[in-house]
Design a protein around this ligand. Structure first.
Ligand SMILES: *Cc1c(COP(=O)(O)O)cnc(C)c1O
Length: 461
């Protein structure tokens, strides 16, 4: 180890003064912008007025803004951030030693808050703009429960009502998540439910269904648009969410810059793409401006392979087909991952920003099987001490794979990955893994075709 390297601490923090004061909007530096959302009826791009019944006004402006590179973080939000940010950037010295790799591994650890993930970064922003608009409350869906928890925390802080539609199988499997949300005053309904027309329709067509994110989204949108003073908020996929999550990448870059470290490989797990998009944004911006190059890797489950096996097409964001169409890598809005899939990241689609970047070859994607993900999780927990969320462990898997490749070639690459949260509420999945009851299910081409058949006819170019 060289002397300069000895100076890099285990954890790099930023001072309050060094904290980012603006979010970074990577769309401003993209030559080809992500495709606009389309009205599913007319197939016309949705403008500000079309989106107003569903989303908060200021968030629509952020959603549609493809040109402003830096957007000020309002003081109320940055004050809230100060309660749990900056999150540490950790040099994984112990993991490096255990692996015997010459690679230098860093992880950005987003678990410094009760929601247990990065999702609070966008939840507080979305709740703030809803409050500023004078709304009564917001509705949303949650799968594993981190987003619902984050939104409940943000809403209780600001005095907003919060209605959460929670995918039924999670509602039943994760009663403690549900109770955390109720502690923060949220109203939690298992989805599909009898409380919405779309929920009743889905229940009639698929009796006994344990639900999906796409289905919970449909219910949450209906609940928002049919009640006075409510809007719908979403925890991933949308451009505005990537914007808020850029705080992760900006802090990471500021911390690395402090020590003159330039990463070679940046890795993140990808469900809807928000943590990965947030982590890579400032680095991708440099690459788009021709200032630097990086290898970016999105990691997804082999059982829900939106990037690696999906189609780049306009598709519904939800099962009930009430939401706008987004152009993205998708498995079809009717796709539901196999019931034995325990590792999260179950969404059928992907952020339009990341989809566009991937389509242009500006980033890579890899799919990994869940038993290998839990092997990486356990290996990581045993040396770094942190019990990672299954979602985050997808990134750990590929970070370890890349570090082992460096061991073979002798290259001293610098690897940064996003450790998005902890796995305390995922112990059923860990239990299955420890009991040898976890299997790897990879959908066949015929399985995927069923989802693709539900992709609507594409608008004429
Ligand atoms: C929600 C979540 C993810 C995946 O969502 P993205 O929008 O793809 O970031 C990953 N890790 C954790 C811990 C999560 O809660």
């Amino acid at each position: 180890m060289s002397t300069s390297e000895n100076k890099i601490p285990y954890k790099i923090y930023l001072t309050e003064e060094e904290m980012p004061k603006q979010w970074y909007n990577v769309r401003a530096d993209m030559k080809n912008k992500p495709a606009p959302l389309l009205n599913p009826g007319t197939l016309q791009p949705m403008g500000y007025d079309d989106l107003r019944p569903v989303f908060c006004d200021e968030l629509i402006e952020q959603e549609l803004d493809n040109t402003t590179a830096y957007i000020d973080i309002p003081k109320e939000i940055s004050d809230f951030y100060k309660m749990y940010r900056p999150s540490p950037l950790v040099r994984a010295y112990c993991l490096e030693e255990k692996l015997g790799t010459p690679a230098k591994i860093y992880y950005k650890f987003e678990d410094n808050n009760t929601s247990g993930s990065h999702k609070l970064n966008s939840a507080i922003a979305q709740a703030y703009y809803a409050k500023k608009q004078g709304l009564k409350g917001v509705t949303t869906e949650t799968g594993a429960g981190q987003w619902g928890t984050a939104l409940s925390m943000a809403c209780s802080y600001l005095g907003l009502d919060c209605k959460v539609y929670m995918v039924k199988c999670s509602y039943e499997q994760k009663p403690f998540r549900r109770e955390v949300m109720r502690t923060y005053g949220a109203n939690v309904t298992p989805s599909p439910s009898q409380t919405t027309a779309v929920g009743r329709k889905i229940l009639q067509e698929h009796p006994g269904t344990t639900g999906s994110l796409g289905c919970a989204i449909s219910e949450a949108v209906e609940a928002a648009t049919s009640a006075e003073g409510y809007r719908y908020v979403l925890g991933s996929v949308l451009n505005q969410v990537l914007l808020h999550q850029s705080i992760i990448g900006l802090e990471t870059k500021a911390a690395l810059d402090k020590y003159g470290v330039k990463p070679d490989i940046i890795i993140g797990c990808a469900g809807g793409g928000s943590n990965l998009g947030g982590l890579i944004s400032p680095f991708m911006g440099q690459q788009l401006r021709g200032e630097a190059t990086y290898k970016f890797i999105a990691v997804e489950p082999a059982s829900c392979p939106s990037f690696t096996r999906g189609k780049f097409a306009y598709d519904f964001c939800d099962t009930g087909m009430v939401c706008p169409l987004a152009k993205m890598y998708t498995l079809g809005s009717g796709f539901i991952p196999s019931a034995n899939h325990a590792g999260g990241l179950r969404y059928h689609g992907m952020s339009p920003v990341l989809s566009q970047l991937y389509h242009e070859g500006l980033m890579e994607a890899r799919s990994v099987e869940q038993t290998s993900v839990f092997e990486a999780a356990e290996q990581f927990a045993r040396v770094e001490g942190i019990l990672p969320a299954p979602e985050s462990s997808h990134a750990i898997r590929v970070a370890i794979d890349e570090a082992m490749r460096c061991k073979e070639t002798g290259e001293e690459k610098t690897i940064v990955f996003g450790l998005t949260g902890t796995g305390y509420f995922d112990m059923y999945a860990y239990e299955k893994f420890h009991d040898g009851q976890m299997s790897d299910y990879i959908p066949t081409d015929a399985d995927l075709q069923v989802g693709f058949d539900g992709i609507p006819p594409q608008p004429q170019e």
